[in-house]
Write a protein that binds this ligand. Structure first.
Ligand code: C2E
Ligand code: CA
Ligand code: CA
Ligand code: CA
Length: 278
């Protein structure tokens, strides 16, 4: 037993060493990625469910590693958050999404929304509102066309987040609660935070029609969102039956593989040509 214990201990510390090594590698790689311009954004279009018209797009980050190929954000955002690199990376995302939006605006797509994911750590950084303000100003955007997606975990820091969110609201920027229903369960913040949109997490959407509990949750979120005057959008829509179901329940907007995977900016433009009302 003693022998096994020691082996286990050794195994654990080797594992820990491996993890630390991996994290350091990712951190080093992220520094280089910023320097060498290895990040890019893909865009997933969002639609009005009743008409099928495209209303906007969510910007999603990709890391094109020179040796490892495309790395998913789920594999590097956590390291970026832990190391603080999410601040310069997030700033790049904001600037790039706004630059791209300006390009579309110049092509005549005036009312499109561009949604950007924001980490809690970014929101609480003292430079954040200035970064947003500058990106809007420099690109000549309508602030209401920029939507910031924050997750419920941000609400753990409600005392710190509230003034920032109120400042953003004053600026006219839209705020969306991402992954709604999976996070911090206090509903009280819905009363106090300047929120425009609830985004129902794909976990619930993918179970619709298969799990009575998921159905009940989706129904409840839609009703609550509508009653509170929020936009309600569903993510992770993969099937026509889900569109039908969501629409029936009063959810107006959605995104997901059923409509389109996240695509390059150029490919999105091809979708815009047929799906954005002119
Ligand atoms: P998220 O914000 O919840 O984004 C939705 C994720 O679901 C995206 O994964 C998207 O590609 C995927 N998705 C979209 N439609 C469907 C569908 O119909 N079915 C399924 N199964 N999945 C679908 P992705 O692009 O890998 O992003 C993962 C997460 O990484 C995002 O989750 C977000 O939390 C984070 N992330 C991405 N870009 C950024 C960024 O610029 N900044 C920050 N802070 N986080 C980001
Ligand atoms: Ca999101
Ligand atoms: Ca989400
Ligand atoms: Ca998510």
């Amino acid at each position: 037993a003693k022998e096994r214990g020691r082996n286990n201990g050794q195994f654990f510390s080797e594992n820990l060493n491996e993890r630390i090594k991996k994290k350091l590698q990712v951190e080093h790689g992220l520094h280089k990625a910023l320097e060498n311009n290895e990040f890019r954004l893909v865009y997933q279009p969002q639609f009005e469910l009743s008409t099928g018209q495209m209303i906007g797009a969510e910007a999603l980050l990709r890391w094109e590693h020179p040796k490892q190929g495309v790395i998913s954000p789920v594999d590097f955002i956590p390291v970026a958050e832990e190391t603080g690199l999410i601040i310069p990376i997030g700033e790049w995302v904001i600037n790039e999404a706004c630059r791209q939006h300006r390009y579309w605006q110049d092509k005549g797509y005036n009312g499109l929304l561009v949604a950007v994911n924001i980490s809690a750590r970014q929101l609480l950084d003292e430079t954040f509102t200035a970064t947003i303000e500058r990106a809007i100003h420099e690109n000549g955007l309508y602030p209401e066309n920029l939507e910031l997606e924050i997750t419920e975990s941000t609400m753990h820091n409600i005392e710190e987040s509230l003034p920032v969110l109120n400042r953003l609201k004053e600026m006219g920027v839209s705020i969306s609660i991402d992954d709604f229903g999976t996070g911090y369960s206090s509903l009280a913040y819905l009363m106090h935070l300047p929120i425009n949109t609830l985004k129902i997490d794909k976990m619930f959407i993918q179970d619709t029609g298969r799990s009575p509990k998921s159905d009940a949750i989706v129904k409840t979120i839609i009703n609550m969102g509508n009653n509170l005057g929020f936009n309600v959008i569903a993510e992770g829509i993969e099937e026509a039956s889900q569109v039908e179901y969501l629409e029936k329940l009063g959810c107006q907007q959605g995104q997901g593989y059923f409509f389109s995977r996240p695509v390059e900016a150029g490919e999105l433009e091809a979708i815009m040509i047929t799906k954005v009302p002119q």
